[in-house]
Design a protein around this ligand. Structure first.
Ligand SMILES: NC(=O)c1ccc[n+]([C@@H]2O[C@H](COP(=O)([O-])OP(=O)(O)OC[C@H]3O[C@@H](n4cnc5c(N)ncnc54)[C@H](OP(=O)(O)O)[C@@H]3O)[C@@H](O)[C@H]2O)c1
Length: 347
């Protein structure tokens, strides 16, 4: 059967296609499965998904290391873009049928339809494609939250951003600049550092070839960095604390470098009067996320427009049809990408 005929037949049965795995494990476990189309509950809308994007959380969930929060869809996908096609009871009238929107999700975005609390939807900035819009919610809301709500970034601060051209890193460089602060990045290749500098990084350190901590101390003329956005954890702890400025904030939001610390972390942190703060967005309560989405929509979304003097750009490395989900996961795990990997859903 032609793929579009197959999609039509699926929809006629009240079903949809969604990314699924039966057992935790490698990318080869992923496939598209026909599942029941969800119905919007109180205060929710139904979004017909045009595009979604991958996140490290998808890899961890597929491996059985990151369960979705209670009540969330078990389908992969924490962000999506598409069109509103149904309003649930009690919606406040902010959205109408046919509106294009992008959404932050606790799960369920890698499917043809997803239900979304209306307060998690954002307008799509003019001029962006659906895959570009799908690349915004998770990385940019995470970064906005880490910089402003958790890290209390101030104009003039030096901000060390690890995994500098990850999905989050590409947003963090730009939002650090928007805050009037100075982004320093680490990344695993010279090419990635060049990409980070194009996005606004003041300097980049190839962590495979140099000690980023010493390099950051040199760059800040011995003062150290005021804020660290750290998604690496264990393998970087000592270098992080060594280059933290007095009264600096170290925000831990991922553990790609492991979770073990062996050494005098506490004394090193104490003598700098440093703060170590951790943050996870996905498990936050609904009200917190709604407030975050509202603040981001008002303060950041206008800067994606071509007219903004501080124009922000979602960075999309590749777009895969969702049928190639296995390849998309393999590509993310190869660490070759710069920015986001997007997925297109069959229409
Ligand atoms: N807490 C939250 O709320 C939250 C929300 C979103 C994402 N996150 C976290 O943010 C991080 C980035 O997510 P993403 O989806 O943006 O990732 P991504 O685009 O897949 O990028 C990850 C990059 O990190 C680098 N990396 C991987 N392992 C590393 C290691 N052991 N040491 C140093 N660098 C390493 C690699 O680049 P190089 O080539 O430079 O090594 C890799 O390409 C993840 O840890 C994710 O879990 C947390």
């Amino acid at each position: 059967m032609h793929p579009s005929a197959c999609v039509e037949a699926t929809e006629k049965l009240g079903n949809m296609l969604a990314v699924h795995f039966d057992q935790p494990g490698g990318p080869e476990n992923l496939y598209l499965k026909e599942v029941a189309k969800p119905s919007p509950g109180e205060g929710e809308v139904l979004l017909k998904v045009v595009a979604s994007a991958l996140n490290r959380a998808d890899i961890l969930q597929r491996q059985g290391q990151y369960a979705p929060p209670p009540g969330a869809s078990t389908i992969l996908g924490v962000e999506a873009s598409g069109h509103v096609v149904e309003l649930g009871p009690g919606c406040q009238g902010h959205w109408k049928i046919g509106d294009p929107a992008m959404a932050l999700l606790p799960g369920g975005g890698q499917a043809q339809y997803v239900t979304v609390p209306e307060g998690f939807l954002m307008p799509i900035p003019a001029g962006l494609t659906m895959p570009q819009a799908a690349a915004i919610p998770e990385a940019w809301l995470t970064t906005f939250q880490l910089l402003h709500l958790v890290g209390n970034v101030q104009a003039g601060d030096s901000v060390l951003i690890h995994a500098g051209v990850s999905g989050v890193g590409t947003a963090a460089i730009q939002l650090t600049r928007l805050a009037g602060a100075v982004p320093l990045v680490t990344a695993g290749s010279q090419y990635k550092i060049q990409m980070a500098e194009k996005l606004g990084a003041a300097v980049g350190f190839n962590y495979k070839e140099e000690d980023f901590s010493e390099a950051a101390m040199k760059f800040t003329k011995g003062a150290g960095v005021n804020l660290i956005l750290d998604c690496i954890g264990g393998s970087y702890w000592e270098k992080n604390v060594n280059c933290l400025a007095a009264d600096g904030r170290w925000v831990l939001y991922g553990l790609m470098g492991g979770n073990e610390v062996n050494g005098p972390l506490l004394s090193k942190l104490l003598f700098k009067r440093g703060s170590l703060i951790s943050s996870l967005l996905r498990s936050r309560v609904k009200k917190y996320k709604q407030t975050l989405v509202k603040a981001f929509t008002e303060q950041v979304v206008p800067h994606f427009s071509t007219e903004s003097t501080h124009r922000l750009r979602p960075v999309v490395d590749r777009v895969y049809p969702v049928a190639k989900i296995q390849e998309a996961h393999k590509y993310m795990e190869s660490n070759q990408h710069v920015g986001k990997i997007a997925l297109e859903l069959p229409q």
